[in-house]
Design a protein around this ligand. Structure first.
Ligand code: ARG
Length: 588
């Protein structure tokens, strides 16, 4: 078991504080802001001095004296009123590196307690093409899933299809308007119904906006759609069959987009999967006095005295008997509870935060799930256009997810050609690389933002082969791969680590910080921390590669040691990119 370098150092410094009669918690160590002064720093002497009413510099000197006794430091110095700068002895660093390199998870699992996690993300809707709003839900959700898998957690990923509300009734009635002769609408029809869908996905995508517009102008149509929704939910066979067709073709369509983005779902469930459970749930809540009637509707009050903002009740059933988004979400929690998850995470647009707050409160109040199960809405901001407003097509429409991916791949094709790859690679491989570069560009740009902030979609910036972009991180990994291949061709193999240059030390420190980055990313559900970390790794690697010869190094022992450093760096970069959902080609 490898504990993180910061923890090990913190423990050492803590002992030093303890040895001079002060609280060990003052020994907290952080990476140095100024590498030229030391690799790490400890600022605890100042707080300790305040508490003990002693002179901070004297405390820092005493702590340094204690630390010197360990023999584990190359350099210990004081700065200012009592800051301690620390640099590790090379033996310590090498020892730590060797422990890390022996562990396939690089120490990331050491302090993690495996959990069972249900992730709800993606969230497409029947008959509506996936759009830019589903991009972040998919990319962030998938990355969190991969992070949990890497940490050794058991995960269930559920796409939670939007397939059960009024939109279904609207579609049924709209199809009936266009094709009244179909058997689905005839109550007396006894089957069998046709095997295939009477409409295509493309047609559905036209029918839905038409129906939605009609329902706004024509109250009778809206009423009929409501009635159809209700009857569908009660199981009217013709409607149910038609609904199943619509759902099947819509799922098949979304799978194309999910595959393009490398998202993996274990469960393809949706709102409709709760239908059989809802009557029992409503009956229980009524019997236990947890729900109440309000203006003909059934609701659960979720307001609390401490609320600063208005907290409307969660509506479970409207006066017409139809169930709502909140009803299916509450029922979904009750069904998921059977899996005994430690947590259920919802990666959904931040604009749905009120909805989730209502649902979670209702779930607690109604004992829908074990109190120990953690429920969390992992929100995110919007993807904006150059004008800073949510991204729209040129004529103001919603941007399809498919066209976004296609545009990114087209842009990547240009960049890849400009980089001269078109001359070196044959068409099939070039195409594969352009696809990987395009997807990496979108993903890295999305994930590297703080989740809750909005960002501007700028493909030209995202696809650059330099700086903080997906394509650049990918390229850095490919370069190391090709160097390792060359080494293999030349019969050079790696050997034990020997430190010679400052750039090697810095690279090792970056490699050793992986477990901290992973732990922080997990605690905050923040893939941007992983993006920052992979960027710092590629930067440190560049500095190392600039300063140190690898294959060209004449000393065999140093060359073998450097090759080992390169291989471990590649492992970590690939590991991080994999969590971010970015595939690295063999060469470019
Ligand atoms: N289908 C919803 C939408 O497009 C997202 C579903 C999110 N998950 C959930 N359990 N409510 O807004």
């Amino acid at each position: 078991m490898t504990t993180s370098l910061l923890e090990q150092l913190g423990a050492l410094a803590g002992q030093a504080f303890g040895a001079i009669g002060l609280d060990p918690s003052f020994g907290r160590i952080v990476p140095s802001q100024r590498r030229e002064l030391g690799q790490f720093q400890c600022n605890g002497a100042l707080a300790a001095a305040k508490q003990a009413k002693r002179n901070p510099r004297e405390i820092a000197e005493a702590v340094v004296a204690e630390l010197e006794k360990t023999g584990l430091f190359r350099e210990l110095s004081l700065a200012g009123p009592g800051f301690i700068n620390l640099s590790l002895a090379d033996d310590f660093l090498v020892g730590h590196f060797n422990d890390l390199a022996d562990d396939p998870a690089f120490g990331c699992r050491a302090a993690h307690h495996p959990q069972k996690v249900i992730l709800d993300y993606g969230g497409p809707n029947v008959a509506k093409a996936m759009h830019v709003g589903h991009l972040r839900a998919t990319i962030i959700g998938e990355s969190l899933r991969r992070l949990h898998v890497f940490l050794g957690d058991t995960t269930i990923s559920d796409v939670h299809f939007g397939d059960w509300g009024l939109p279904m009734g609207l579609l049924i009635k709209e199809i009936e308007r266009e094709k009244p002769e179909l058997p689905y609408f005839d109550v007396d029809f006894t089957g069998p119904y046709p095997e295939t869908s009477p409409v295509t996905v493309e047609e559905l995508q036209v029918l839905y906006p038409a129906a939605s517009a009609r329902s706004k102008e024509d109250p009778a149509f809206l009423e009929a759609a409501r009635q159809a929704t209700f009857e569908l939910q009660k199981g009217r066979p013709g409607y149910l069959t038609l609904w199943q067709h619509m759902r099947d073709i819509s799922i098949a369509e979304t799978k194309v987009d999910f595959n393009a983005l490398g998202a993996h779902f274990t469960d393809w469930k949706g709102e409709a999967d709760t239908n059989d459970h809802i009557p029992a749930m409503l009956a229980r809540l009524e019997k236990d006095g947890l729900s109440e009637e309000s203006d003909g509707a059934v609701v659960v009050q979720v307001a609390e005295e401490s609320d600063k903002k208005e907290m409307p009740p969660l509506i479970l059933q409207k006066s017409d008997g139809a169930v709502m988004y909140g009803t299916t979400d509450l029922a979904t929690i009750e069904l998921r509870a059977a899996e005994k998850p430690d947590s259920i995470l919802y990666v959904v647009d931040a604009r749905q935060s009120l909805h989730f707050e209502q649902v979670f409160r209702a779930a607690r109040k109604c004992h829908s799930v074990d109190p120990a199960c953690h429920l969390e809405h992992i929100g995110f901001g919007t993807v904006n256009g150059a004008d800073g407003k949510p991204l729209k097509t040129r004529d103001g429409g919603v941007v399809r997810l498919r066209s976004l991916i296609d545009d990114a791949i087209a842009e990547a094709r240009k960049v890849v050609a400009e980089a001269g790859m078109a001359d070196r690679l044959e068409a099939g491989e070039l195409n594969d690389i352009a696809t990987k570069v395009g997807v990496a560009a979108i993903k890295f740009a999305d994930l590297s933002n703080q989740r809750m902030s909005n960002y501007i979609f700028d493909l030209e910036r995202f696809t650059k082969f330099e700086g903080r972009t997906g394509p650049y991180q990918m390229y850095a990994a490919v370069r190391i791969k090709s160097m390792l291949r060359k080494a293999a061709d030349q019969g050079i193999s790696e050997g034990p680590l020997h430190l010679n240059a400052e750039a090697e030390r810095n690279l090792i420190l970056a490699l050793a910080a992986l477990s901290e980055a992973v732990a922080a990313a997990n605690a905050k559900h923040a893939p941007n921390i992983l993006c920052d970390h992979v960027y710092s790794l590629t930067q440190e690697f560049n500095a190392f590669y600039h300063d140190c010869q690898v294959l060209g190094e004449a000393d065999e022992v140093i060359r073998a040691s450097r090759l080992r450093l390169c291989r471990i760096t590649l492992c970590q970069i690939e590991l991080l990119l994999n969590i971010l959902g970015i595939d690295v080609p063999e060469r470019m």
